[in-house]
Design a protein around this ligand. Structure first.
Ligand code: SF4
Length: 78
């Protein structure tokens, strides 16, 4: 599979993250707290509803979930 939507790229804006831990609680396989800041899985991941939940739940919208192929923003919704 290599079409759009086949993989997602996760990112956390370290300057915005307040270390609430919400994302790591929702999607522990995808986000890890390191020194009080969330770090997203560096490799593209298979589309996972937990990633969307985490992005939507982040209180400061520090998380971006993008289509790895074209960069289209998957979550959070604007
Ligand atoms: S939910 Fe948002 S603010 Fe909380 S740790 Fe994750 S990225 Fe940081």
């Amino acid at each position: 599979m290599s079409g759009p939507g086949a993989a997602w790229h996760l990112s956390v804006d370290a300057g915005t993250c307040i270390g609430s831990g919400m994302c790591a609680g929702i999607a522990p396989a995808l986000f890890t707290l390191v020194d009080g800041v969330s770090v997203a899985s560096p490799a593209p991941v298979a589309p996972d509803p937990a990633a969307v939940d985490a992005a939507e739940s982040c209180p400061v919208e520090a998380i971006a979930v993008r289509d790895a192929a074209d960069g289209h923003l998957v979550a959070p919704e604007p």
